[in-house]
Write a protein that binds this ligand. Structure first.
Ligand code: APR
Length: 395
């Protein structure tokens, strides 16, 4: 079997790359180790930057998104019993953010790929990448029909943080930058809609709390917990009680309770590898970098990578040029590090750290007071949250 670009992983990065390549006349094949049903149901991110929305819509994959997504102008910072709404759209010169779940994007992209005759192999096992430093790299995998060797000109490693692409690069070829946070997020998806329009971020002595409406009928809540917390220790009643405490307002806010549809604990990590390329393997999305979810950036950064990679690969096929491919890693890493900083900053400002002393808590509180009272400070948060324009962040 042969293709131009072999893509490992059918997450947002792999699927969108395949779609963007198709629009530029470049052929690709996706190899995914999970079932189609599994990846279409998996609850992950859900906050989209303006640029992410624009790219999905312009590329023809945003029809349902345009109809169903919730467009939001602001976020709320909640602390000291008060609600502080920041109008990000106004602060950022008209850019909003959009709530549309990652699994819906995955469904939409699979739909457009299938409509265009795109080749995707789901439930592939023993996936491996080979010959990365040659001009004939290969993806080997097993399907129901037996062992397959897919010969490629290039391979895109879009298989997430736990995939096989990055670990297939020889030791010493990559530099890893990493920070693991001493807490995790307990997340629940609830079958009930909150009346609040804004995504709410709460700073509290007992730790961070969060909620936003995920769809017209669903709400997502998060609570900071210990990194090794056992989810069995958190029956529904304890979660609701803790949300009531951490998100309490002087005017008596109460969560809108409903059936809990799913629950999970996410670890919090910042992680970057440099460069995002080895030979003919290009890493994109979570395979190359992770951010803690506080800034809502993981999915957007995956999209930003493939927005650079697709034209770089297409340029090679159109005219043999390799300068865009050579610049891929540096181009992406400028935006990656901006987003790494923003995500770390939001995380540091809003969480309770185990070794925090009173001094540290006062600093956090001062920073929050500054953001909600200074237009300059609020603008910094706003322009990063809605997403810096592609040009200024070099992507
Ligand atoms: N072989 C084939 N596919 C694999 C393998 C493997 N060995 N390992 C993982 N995969 C698949 C996963 O099942 C998943 O469908 O690769 C895909 C990677 O997708 P994501 O983890 O969603 O990563 P990415 O496309 O980079 O999107 C980034 O993920 O941070 C989360 O929610 C965050 O929104 C962000 C998004």
């Amino acid at each position: 079997m042969r293709t131009q670009v072999g893509i490992v992983g059918a997450g947002p990065a792999g699927l969108l790359l395949s779609h963007l390549l198709h629009l530029r006349g470049v052929e690709s094949v996706i190899v995914e180790n999970r079932s189609r049903d599994y990846i279409e149901q998996r609850v992950r991110a859900g906050v989209l930057e303006q640029g992410t929305v624009d790219l999905l819509v312009e590329s023809g994959a945003g029809e349902r998104l345009k109809r169903e997504a919730l467009v939001r102008d602001g976020i709320e910072l909640r602390f000291g019993g008060r609600r502080h709404v920041l109008n990000l759209k106004e602060l950022s010169g008209g850019r909003a953010y959009t709530i549309y779940a990652q699994q819906e994007i995955v469904k939409d992209l699979i739909g457009v790929r299938l409509a265009a005759g795109g080749q995707m192999h789901f439930e592939a096992t023993d996936v491996g990448v080979h010959g990365l430093d040659t001009t004939a790299p290969r993806i080997r995998f097993r399907t129901d029909g037996g062992q397959v060797e897919l010969q490629c000109d290039f391979i895109a490693g879009c298989d997430g943080f736990h995939g096989i692409s990055r670990p297939s690069i020889p030791a010493g070829a990559l530099t890893v930058f990493e920070r693991v946070y001493p807490f995790g997020w307990l997340g629940i998806l609830v079958d009930a809609a909150t009346p609040e329009q804004e995504t709410v971020y709460a700073w509290h002595e007992r730790g961070f709390g969060f909620f936003n409406r995920r769809s017209p009928t669903l709400t997502r809540h998060f609570l900071q917990v210990a990194p090794d917390e056992d989810i069995a220790n958190w029956p529904d009643e304890r979660i609701w009680r803790e949300l009531r405490v951490r998100l309490a307002t002087d005017d008596g806010w109460q969560p809108v309770e409903g059936p809990v549809l799913s629950r999970n604990i996410t670890e919090m990590r910042s992680f970057v590898v440099e460069p995002m390329r080895y030979g003919r393997l290009y890493l994109a999305g979570d395979a190359a970098h992770i951010v803690p979810p506080t800034g809502a950036k993981g999915l957007n950064l995956a999209v930003a990578d493939v927005r650079v990679l697709a034209p770089a690969l297409a340029g090679y096929y159109a005219s043999g040029r390799t300068d865009l491919l050579d610049a891929y890693s540096d181009t992406c890493l400028k935006r990656v590090w901006r987003v790494e900083h923003f995500s770390w900053w939001m995380t540091s400002m809003l969480h309770r750290f185990p070794d925090d002393d009173v001094f540290q808590r006062r600093l956090q509180r001062s920073q929050l007071d500054y953001i909600v009272s200074s237009r300059a400070a609020a603008t910094t948060l706003a322009e990063n949250y809605v997403g810096l324009p592609w040009t200024t962040a070099a992507a």
